[in-house]
Design a binder for this molecule. Structure first.
Ligand code: NCD
Length: 329
């Protein structure tokens, strides 16, 4: 397992990730995928290191898969959930992070509902001169790098199971459909997919897809297109990413009704006829069945990659923890 190209100390955003870094993540994750298919699924790579999962916002799959990834690498794990923590007694986020530092944490995996919290903690760790790495597990509407990396891995391993690599995405058409305005998953995916040379077509009602997205990623090899209706985004698409309507982040009445949204933008079998034959559908979860995607598409193994995204998540997060952790031993 080679990580000679890896110099990054924190993973906070994909905006400046290089194709060499993407390929390192993909190939490292492929090795761990192989480990996960063995009878003994554990390796001693991070023995003696401490991984703290600091989740200040609810999560099912991201938190569980970081925890499992850390355990499969033989790290010791600390799990924090803000509802049962001293945050409820008024402790600040930075003081919480310093508490975990004092216990010898090597890697902090951080999710917070405000954009910028992982960056602020990383800056504080650097200021203190400690070697702790920070991994952004989703901050507000900003970014969710590990989700976009597992999406990339899911797509690339489908295209070449033996050697997943970004060049496989060159000139592919990928539609991202749904609540783009509130989605950190969309923002991270825009960086990784356009850097890989894929053409990304965003589709949503205008209230959920402001024009400012046009300024995104214009220095990347893949192009970005905006559509306020679904059909042109789906036409001949190779992959379709659907996104949850993030009702908890909607401040105003941005949609007439969920039923109308499903009629206009919901992913159904008949809509997928517009895409390339063999099109695959992704969704980061959690899913609102019957809103952004029909139950039939979601449960159809011919189209849906949703379960393999979750499975890939463990191998990709093992790769990220390994790449950050292996320099610390
Ligand atoms: C996403 C998130 O939390 O950003 N889910 C995830 O991490 N798998 C998307 C969402 O909440 O809709």
């Amino acid at each position: 397992m080679s990580n000679t190209t890896w110099t990054r100390h924190h993973i906070l955003s994909l905006a400046d990730f290089t194709t060499a870094e993407y390929d390192t993540v993909l190939q490292t994750a492929a090795s761990f995928q192989e480990v996960l298919s063995r009878r003994t699924k554990k390796v001693p790579t991070l023995q003696g290191q401490v991984v703290a999962n600091l989740f200040f916002e609810p999560s099912t799959r991201t938190r569980s898969s970081f925890e499992l990834a850390a355990k499969r690498l033989s790290a010791d794990t600390l799990n924090f959930a803000s509802a049962t923590s001293s945050i409820t007694k008024g402790e600040t986020i930075l003081d919480t992070a310093k508490t975990y530092l004092a216990m010898g944490t090597d890697i902090m995996v951080i999710r917070h509902r405000e954009a910028g919290v992982p960056v602020a903690i990383a800056q504080e760790m650097d200021r203190l001169g400690v070697k702790v790495s920070v991994l952004n597990a989703g901050d507000g509407q900003h970014e969710h790098p590990s989700q976009a990396l597992l999406d990339l891995f899911t797509i690339c391993t489908l295209l070449d199971p033996d050697l997943p690599r970004v060049e496989l995405l060159k000139e592919k058409k990928i539609a991202i459909v749904g609540d783009i305005l509130h989605s950190r998953v969309a923002r991270s995916n825009i960086w990784s997919l356009t850097a890989s040379g894929a053409h990304v077509h965003l589709a949503a009602p205008p209230t959920l897809l402001p024009k400012l997205f046009l300024d995104y990623a214009n220095d990347k090899p893949g192009k970005l297109f905006l559509h306020w209706e679904l059909e042109p985004a789906l036409q001949d698409a190779d992959f379709v990413m659907t996104l949850r309507l993030q009702k908890e982040r909607m401040s105003a009445h941005l949609l007439p009704s969920l039923r109308e949204y499903h009629q206009m933008f919901g992913m159904t079998h008949s809509r997928l006829q517009l895409c390339q034959p063999g099109v695959k559908v992704l969704h980061p979860g959690p899913v609102n069945r019957g809103v952004e995607i029909s139950s039939e598409v979601m449960d159809d193994p011919e189209f849906s990659l949703i379960q393999s995204q979750v499975t890939s998540g463990v191998a990709v997060r093992m790769a990220l923890l390994y790449l950050l952790g292996s320099g610390k031993a």
